[in-house]
Design a protein around this ligand. Structure first.
Ligand code: UD1
Ligand code: CA
Length: 462
C-alpha cells in the first residue's frame, strides 16, 4: 500500500506533573524561546500533516488547554499519572481504527519533522518505528537492549537497569510509531511490574518482538532529543535553541556582534547588512529593512523597522512602525501604536505612545508624546509633555507641519498647534495655537531690587 494513503495520528503526551521543575506552572507551559514547550512540539506535529492530533493532558490541564487550544487539537484527560503507557492508552479512543500512531513527548521540544518521518514510514509498513540516540551521558534515559545479531529486543528504564545495562549509551528518545491496531493490543497487555509501579510505553517494544513484528530503530542527532525535566535542562536547551537560530541568521548575512548574547523569541525577517549588537532581545514578529542597526541592550517586540534606520542602545520598542532613516534612542521607549515617518528622530528619555511623528520631525530629549498626530519637520523641545489623560478619557493632540514647540511645554489635550506655529518655552497650552504665530503662557518675569537672601540665625552660648 502507498504509505501516503495511510492516515497518520499524532499523540502528544503532556500529562506529567513535572515535579522536578518545582513550579506551579505545568511543565509543558514553561517557555523555550518565548513559546511554551508544548507549542514547539505541536508545530513539529503539524508539519507531519496528521489526520488527528491528540494531546494527553493531566495536571493543570485547563491551563494547558487555554494556552494552546486550536480547532485541530483533540484534548484527552489522563486524571491519574500512571505512566507513559497509560497516557498513550488514554488517547486511543480519540483515534480511528485505521492508520498509524506517532507518539511525541510534550517535554522534548527540539525534534524535527524530518527526523520523525522514517518512524512514520516504518509504521506504515507494519513495523514498530523507534527513535534512538547515542548520548555522551545517558543518565536518566531508558536504554536500548539489542541481541547478538544487533536487533532491538527491549527497552529498560534506568531505574530498572542492571549496572551493566546502565553502561549502554544508546537511549530511547521516547518517540515511536506503530500501526494503531497493534499499539492498541500491546498497550492492553502492559503491566506495572517495575521500579516505578507505572505502565511503561517503552514495554511495547518487547511486546512487538514477542509477536515477531520487526522493530526499526532510527538514530537521531543527540541535540534533537534532549528533554526538559528541570530548570537546568530548560536553560541549557534555550541556549542551544538560540545558538541554532543565531547560526542561521549569520548564514543569512546578518551581523550579530556576539551570537551567544542574542535572543530571538519569535520570528525575524531581515534585509541585507543588518547589524545587531550584544544583548538584543527580539520578540514576536520583527522585520528589519536593509542596513538597519540595533545598538546594545534593546528589546523589540512586534516591530517593523525600515531601511537605514538606527536604534541606539537601551531602547524598549513594542508594536511600532519605524520609517526609513529614523534615529531612535539611546534610552527611548516606544509603546504600541507608535509610527515614526522617514528620518524622524526620537532621542533619549523620550516615551511615545499611540502617536504618529511625521517626516523629519524631532523629539530629542526627555518628553512624553501620547495620542498625538504630528506633521513633518516639527521640532519638540526638551521636557515637552502631552497631557492626554484627564483621569477618565484620553484626548488627542495635533501638531501641524513645521511647528516649533519650546522646551518644557505642556499640551493639554484636546488641543491643536497650527502649521508653523511657535510655542514659547514653558507654555501650558490649553487652547489651540494659531498657525504661524507665537503663542506663550508665561508669568511675567520680575526682579526685586535690593532683595536680600535670608541668613541663618546663629545662637550664641551664654
Ligand atoms: C521517558 C521514557 C524513557 C526515555 C525518556 C526520554 C518511559 C517509561 N520512559 O522517561 O525511556 O528515555 O522519556 O525523554 O516512557 N507523561 C504523561 N502521563 C504520565 C507520565 C508521563 O502524560 O502518566 C508524559 C510527560 O508529561 C512527558 C512524557 O510523558 O511529556 C515523558 O514522561 P517522563 O516522566 O518525563 O518520562 P521520563 O522519565 O523522562
Ligand atoms: Ca522526560
Amino acid at each position: 500500500m502507498n504509505p501516503e494513503s495511510i492516515p497518520l495520528h499524532v499523540v502528544v503526551l503532556a500529562a506529567g506533573q513535572g515535579t522536578r521543575m518545582r513550579s506551579d506552572l505545568p511543565k509543558v507551559l514553561h517557555r523555550l524561546a518565548g513559546r511554551p514547550l508544548l507549542a514547539h512540539v505541536l508545530e513539529t506535529a503539524r508539519a507531519l500533516r496528521p489526520q488527528r492530533l491528540v494531546v494527553v493532558h493531566g495536571h493543570g490541564g485547563a491551563r494547558v488547554r487555554e494556552a494552546l487550544d486550536a480547532p485541530d487539537i483533540e484534548w484527552v484527560e489522563q486524571d491519574r499519572q500512571l505512566g507513559t503507557g497509560h497516557a498513550a492508552a488514554c488517547a486511543l479512543p480519540a483515534l480511528g481504527a485505521q492508520g498509524v500512531v506517532l507518539v511525541l513527548y510534550g517535554d522534548v521540544p527540539l525534534v524535527r519533522p524530518e527526523t520523525l518521518q522514517p518512524l512514520v514510514a516504518a509504521a506504515a509498513a507494519g513495523r514498530l518505528g523507534l527513535l534512538t540516540a547515542r548520548l555522551e551521558d545517558p543518565t536518566g534515559y531508558g536504554r536500548i537492549l539489542r541481541d547478538a545479531a544487533g536487533q532491538v529486543v527491549r527497552i529498560v528504564e534506568e531505574r530498572d537497569a542492571t549496572p551493566q545495562e546502565r553502561h549502554i549509551d544508546e537511549v530511547n528518545t521516547g518517540f515511536l510509531a506503530a500501526p494503531v491496531e497493534r499499539l492498541r493490543a500491546w498497550l492492553a497487555g502492559l503491566d506495572c511490574d517495575n521500579a516505578q509501579g507505572e505502565y511503561y510505553l517503552t514495554d511495547v517494544v518487547a511486546a512487538a518482538v514477542r509477536e515477531g513484528v520487526p522493530v526499526e530503530a532510527h538514530d537521531a542527532p543527540p541535540e534533537e532529543v534532549l528533554g526538559v525535566n528541570d530548570r537546568g535542562q530548560l536553560a541549557a536547551l534555550e541556549r542551544r535553541y538560540q545558538r541554532r537560530q543565531a547560526e542561521a541568521l549569520l548564514r543569512a548575512g546578518i551581523t550579530l556582534r556576539d551570537p551567544s548574547r542574542f535572543d530571538l523569541r519569535g520570528r525575524l525577517e531581515a534585509g541585507r547588512d543588518v547589524e545587531i549588537d550584544v544583548g538584543v532581545v527580539l520578540e514576536g514578529e520583527v522585520r528589519l529593512g536593509d542596513g538597519v542597526r540595533i545598538g546594545p541592550y534593546c528589546i523589540l517586540r512586534d516591530v517593523e523597522v525600515a531601511d537605514g534606520a538606527c536604534i541606539h542602545s537601551h531602547c524598549v520598542i513594542e508594536e511600532a512602525v519605524i520609517g526609513p532613516g529614523v534615529q531612535v534612542g539611546p534610552f527611548a521607549r516606544l509603546r504600541p501604536g507608535t509610527r515614526l515617518a522617514a528620518r524622524a528622530k526620537v532621542g533619549n528619555f523620550v516615551e511615545v505612545k499611540n502617536s504618529e511623528i511625521g517626516e523629519g520631525s524631532k523629539v530629542n530629549h526627555l518628553s512624553y508624546i501620547g495620542d498625538t498626530t504630528m506633521g513633518r519637520d516639527v521640532n519638540v523641545g526638551a521636557g515637552t509633555i502631552t497631557c492626554n489623560y484627564d483621569g477618565a478619557n484620553k484626548h488627542r493632540t495635533v501638531i501641524e507641519d513645521e511647528a516649533f514647540i519650546g522646551s518644557d511645554t505642556q499640551l493639554v489635550a484636546p488641543v491643536r498647534v497650527g502649521r508653523g506655529a511657535t510655542l514659547g518655552a514653558g507654555t501650558t497650552l490649553t487652547r489651540d495655537a494659531p498657525p504661524g504665530e507665537l503663542t506663550l503662557s508665561r508669568v511675567p518675569q520680575q526682579t526685586r531690587k535690593g532683595w536680600k537672601r535670608p541668613v541663618k540665625k546663629v545662637r550664641r552660648e551664654e
